[in-house]
Design a binder for this molecule. Structure first.
Ligand code: HEM
Ligand code: HEM
Ligand code: SF4
Length: 585
């Protein structure tokens, strides 16, 4: 990074990290107008001067279908954007993308994963026109589009706004998309309906602008009253989960929320700590704002690798954090020792067909293979939603397992709808593996990746679907580096990209295998069971351990995770062992 912006120093003289200097020199929010100026910037430089032969080589392999003339222009414009402004672009969900020549990734914020059919149709149009015909659904209920030039972005952002979608604060050191239960407000069994308060808090963050535009690092919230805690509160900076309790004074049943703070994955994962409070819905926005302010004002800004809220919470402990929170919000919370974490949290995102609490209506959840959906499929999905949903009520939701749910479908039409969905490759009754296999972006587009993931995840899925039958979902995560975008530490079977020396080939792509991660009252990260399995052979290891589970589980109710916990590491690695491992040096 250049030193154009100088060095940032804290009031007490401590030197801050480089991104702090960038934010001080110009707030991320100020990059908005620049986007539109860059898009029409005059460019005359010959591109050859900007590109190394290696870049050209990569480029030819990764960017089909564009004319060289377009590429030259876009690349020349991109080349004029400073390194500092690339960082600031993240405030609007725009990230650099391999091969770092002329294209960007755009993350679109979908609060609670909720979107209307017209919004889905618009994303499909944009993906078709600008994004090479596909969109990715992320584990935090966002859409990601790839291969967008700066000129395209200047057209796309206003188009999104017209249908009520934004990319503001989708990346960067900001309050990220607020995730929730994709069926909040629709399930009879839910503990409490958090859909409205999620909307309010999301809007509060967006409208806050400068109040929230300079956190030490990203700030992730998950808020839901889902009885299964599908929104994974414990791996977020702020996790809000539904609770039912007996009022300590009156003894009457009472519904509200519990809070965890300081959870997060990436290379140093932490489970959020419970604040042991009972929070009423109307208090939640103040609590969320208070936690955000503590992070902004006390979070660490010296080292970027220690800037997430989790490090502050780990140092302070939950009691001190709760004291500071009460000071920040100006009122005492109701303390309750019993509300430390969600009781249990199975891997689920409500797929399949089931009844809503609204009489006569159902939801229809469909797996999206590896979270990647074609523009055509997404457009078809929006049209099918319009065709079948109760009039004016065509709603969809993105789930945190990278899947898609249709809401408000008259129950007597779900079978017909399933047939139509099947025709466009979105069958609700697809094999179980498909519902629970996650994959991050990997070397195809990600600058941080160590290994390829999307294609591999497809191969692994194909192998498992054809060879290994299961009767209960087993969550598999295919992740390209330690950052954990697809959550390998909390998967039943987590794969994390590494390289190894295989048959004398240094740098062969491989995976570390972790087993038995999960959330809930006994939340724990998966344990490393194998250090390096060559990526081309890893499907066999997975198949073997799952067959071993099926043959040796204590009874039908024993989950894969319980099975892993019950067996010794030696036994588990025997089940994972494949002959190819002997050739890893
Ligand atoms: C100004 C720099 C250049 C740009 C922006 C550029 C851009 C492109 C683009 C967009 C394609 C189409 C790729 C596809 O559809 O798969 C292409 C193809 C190709 N380019 Fe270039 N090019 C540049 C310079 C060069 C140079 C200097 C060479 C050779 C020395 C070259 C050789 C080729 C070849 C052989 C193809 C055919 C497709 C392939 O084999 O991948 N290009 N180029
Ligand atoms: C392609 C470009 C992407 C880049 C450059 C990127 C970068 C990162 C980085 C650096 C981290 C670690 C954060 C930390 O140290 O605290 C991270 C974490 C994460 N990202 Fe991504 N990511 C990308 C795509 C995705 C995708 C496609 C998803 C969802 C499928 C995703 C979801 C997440 C999640 C869930 C985490 C871990 C949770 C946590 O931070 O606590 N990211 N990402
Ligand atoms: S986990 Fe690593 S490789 Fe995968 S998208 Fe995130 S940063 Fe990229």
């Amino acid at each position: 990074m250049s030193t154009e912006t100088g060095t940032a120093v804290a009031a007490d003289g401590r030197k801050l990290n480089k991104v702090e200097a960038i934010k001080l020199a110009k707030d991320g929010l100020e990059v908005w107008n620049d986007i539109f100026e860059w898009a029409v910037m005059d460019v005359t430089e010959p591109l050859e001067s900007l590109l190394s032969p290696a870049q050209l080589e990569t480029f030819h392999r990764t960017v089909p279908n564009s004319t060289a003339a377009d590429v030259v222009k876009s690349a020349a414009r991109r080349a004029k954007i400073s390194e500092e402004d690339f960082v600031r672009l993240r405030w609007f969900g725009i990230y650099q993308q391999l091969p770092n020549l002329c294209h960007f990734m755009l993350r679109i914020r979908i609060p609670n994963g909720f979107l209307t059919a017209p919004q889905a149709a618009e994303v499909a149009n944009i993906a078709e026109k600008y994004g090479r015909g596909f969109a990715d659904i992320t584990t935090r209920q966002c859409f990601q589009l790839h291969n967008l030039t700066i000129e395209a972005l200047a057209e796309i952002l206003p188009q999104l706004e017209r249908v009520g979608l934004v990319s503001k604060f989708a990346c960067g050191d900001t309050p990220r998309n607020v995730v929730g239960c994709p069926l909040a407000g629709y399930l009879e069994a839910e503990t409490i309906d958090a859909s409205q308060v999620v909307r309010n808090i999301n809007q509060m963050f967006l409208d806050g602008n400068r109040e929230f535009s300079n956190f030490p690092r990203k700030f992730k919230s998950a808020i839901a009253g889902c009885h299964l805690h599908c929104h994974q509160p414990q791996i977020n900076d702020i996790g809000v989960f539904g609770v039912v309790r007996k009022n300590p004074v009156t003894g009457a049943e009472q519904r509200g929320y519990g809070i965890t703070v300081g959870g997060g994955l990436s290379s140093q994962p932490y489970i959020g700590q419970g604040l042991r409070v009972f929070v009423h819905e109307e208090q939640l926005p103040a609590v969320a704002r208070g936690i955000a302010h503590i992070f902004r004002d006390y979070g660490y800004r010296e080292k970027r690798t220690r800037a997430r809220l989790k490090y502050l919470v780990a140092d302070w402990g939950w009691q001190k954090f709760r004291d500071y929170l009460e000071a920040a919000i100006g009122f005492k919370l109701e303390h309750d020792e019993n509300i430390a974490c969600p009781e249990y949290a199975p891997h689920t995102d409500h797929l399949g067909i089931g009844p809503q609490k609204q009489p006569g209506l159902s939801y229809v959840g469909v797996p999206v293979e590896r979270g990647r959906i074609t523009a055509e499929q997404l457009g078809n999905a929006a049209a099918i939603a319009e065709r079948y949903a109760a009039p004016g009520e065509a709603r969809m939701a993105l789930s945190n397992k990278q899947n898609l749910i249709f809401i408000n479908i008259p129950s007597d039409k779900t079978a017909l709808m399933a047939r139509d969905l099947d025709k466009v490759g979105l069958a609700p009754h697809a094999p179980l593996w498909r519902t629970s296999l996650l994959s991050c972006t990997g070397t195809q587009y990600c600058n941080l990746a160590i290994v390829e993931t999307k294609q591999r995840a497809g191969n692994i899925l194909k192998y498992l679907e054809e060879n290994v039958e299961i009767d209960t979902p087993i969550m598999v995560s295919v992740t390209g580096c330690p950052n954990s975008c697809s959550q390998y530490q909390i998967a039943d079977i987590g794969l994390m990209g590494v390289v190894c020396n295989f048959r004398g080939q240094r740098g062969t792509e491989a995976f570390q295998i972790l087993l038995g991660g999960g959330l809930g009252a006994d939340a724990a990260f998966g344990k490393i069971a194998m250090k390096k399995v060559p990526a081309e052979h890893v499907h066999k290891s997975i198949g073997q351990i799952v067959e071993a589970y099926k043959a040796n589980r204590a009874d039908e109710d024993e989950t894969f995770r319980q099975f892993v916990q019950r067996n010794t590491p030696e036994q588990l690695s025997q089940w994972l062992y494949i002959p190819e491992m002997a050739q890893v040096a």
